[in-house]
Ligand binder design. Structure first.
Ligand code: CTP
Length: 404
């Protein structure tokens, strides 16, 4: 995939440097050529010998080789590279990159680079959140450089939050995506995908929910992102995790929260797929305090939730595609087609609870997809990931038809 691509890999002083040898291995395995430049501080975290062995090239820190006087030309390296990645990018280096302070080989090469620049910050939570760091990152983005966002998680300091450098596998994906851009079917498209159940509060600790696991929506989000789409994933409560540089995840609890998040993302969405199992009813007057057992609950009064999909159907513009799911137990086709028309959809994915091995919770699914032109397509019983691929193949066909 990266055969012959020339990558300049800049490493700065951060504990996350320990992950870089793995990234180099992955890049080399994909056929890339890797030239490592590390700052003096980075040498405290990872050795030049390790980096040189894996990259099959000397790992450089100084402009001159002290022994034989050979010049490591930052200009030549800047011209040579197809892409420069600075990972980990410490707060100090981000600041120097933003202001052009070229006081080491990495930074002189960065200033000379004619290629796209990616940077993957790694630092402590408070440093990452500091206004100067935020400003430096925005400045770099305004230059057209690509931020590989740090992950939220446990940090070396023991704190927990954003600041953990992205994993090597995902950085590799981001690089591959960049080089593959021309051929990816959903490149430049924005998807909004909803997933999971909603929880409707009875009181601060109790809720009405449903059996949706979120697996179908997550599979769609991942596949769409792997095909180049930028994905806004709005999900109800689920234990699922998802990790892809193109996916922006928003977690919500209730139908009304999901509605707000979907409405916000919808304006920019070329394709929207509502795979969430949104509750149709919510307690009319949830208690603000925990209802005590002794007091008892004789009945819970419910009111209808907002129909998110119908609302989006009303807002839909001509160049937007809107796809819903229908979960049916009887009169499946009839009910699904009714939803297709009533909610102003371009297609609907029918999930029948009568199909053995398909539906809620499990890893498999079997669906029928109806479009608004009267076509339909039935998948066999497949993994949810395969079903997601089939659905996205159809979406791709629909986009091409609209644009063609
Ligand atoms: N949906 C929604 N908002 C709701 C209920 C459903 O956006 N309050 C969406 C679901 O995400 C799905 C589609 O509407 O894409 C159909 O959901 P489904 O539960 O099958 O149908 P309902 O419209 O809720 O009708 P019913 O429950 O009566 O079958």
């Amino acid at each position: 995939m990266l055969q012959g691509k020339k990558i300049l890999l800049g490493i700065t002083g951060s504990i996350a440097a320990y992950k870089v040898p793995l990234l180099i291995r992955l890049l080399i395995k994909e056929g890339a050529e890797v030239q490592v430049i590390l700052t003096e501080n980075a040498r405290d975290f990872v050795t030049p010998l390790t980096l040189a062995t894996l990259s099959k090239r000397p790992a450089l820190t100084y402009p001159f080789n002290e022994k034989d006087g050979t010049w490591n030309s930052h200009v030549d390296m800047g011209n040579w590279a197809d892409l420069m990645l600075i990972a980990p990018a410490s707060a100090a280096t981000l600041s120097k990159m933003a202001t052009g302070l070229a006081d080491n080989l990495l930074l002189t090469t960065y200033l000379s680079a004619k290629c796209p620049v990616f940077f993957a910050p790694a630092m402590d939570l408070d440093m990452y959140r500091h206004p100067t760091t935020e400003r430096n990152i925005s400045t770099l983005q305004s230059f057209g450089y690509t931020l590989i966002e740090p992950q939220v998680g446990e940090l070396a300091s023991g704190l927990c939050g954003a600041g953990r450098m992205e994993e090597p596998e995902n950085m590799l994906e981001a690089i591959k995506l960049f080089f593959r851009k021309d051929t990816l079917p959903f490149d430049g498209k924005h998807f909004l995908i909803s997933a999971g159940p909603t929880w409707e509060p009875i009181d601060p600790v109790r809720f009405i929910g449903n059996h949706s696991s979120g697996k179908m929506g997550f599979a769609l989000a991942l596949k769409a992102a792997q095909r180049g789409a930028k994905v806004s994933l709005v999900t109800g409560p689920t234990h699922l995790t998802i990790d892809h540089p193109n996916i922006m995840r928003t977690d919500v609890l209730s139908a009304s929260e999901m509605n707000l998040a979907c409405q916000e993302a919808f304006a920019n969405a070329d394709v929207t797929i509502m795979a969430a199992a949104v509750a149709d009813f919510t307690p009319s007057a949830p208690s603000q305090v925990k209802i005590k057992k002794e007091k008892g609950i004789e009945s819970i009064q419910l009111k209808p939730t907002v129909d998110i999909l119908s609302g989006l159907g009303g807002l839909k513009k001509r160049d937007q595609l809107l796809i819903g799911f229908a979960l049916e137990t009887d009169h499946e086709t009839e009910n699904a087609l009714k939803k297709l028309h009533n909610k102003n959809l371009d297609a609907i994915v029918l999930n029948s609870l009568n199909d053995e091995g398909a539906g809620f919770g499990g890893d498999n699914n079997k669906v029928t997809i109806f479009d608004r032109n009267g076509n339909h397509f039935e998948t066999g019983l497949l993994s949810k990931s395969e079903v997601a691929s089939e659905i996205l193949d159809i979406v791709f066909g629909m986009i091409n038809k609209e644009e063609g």
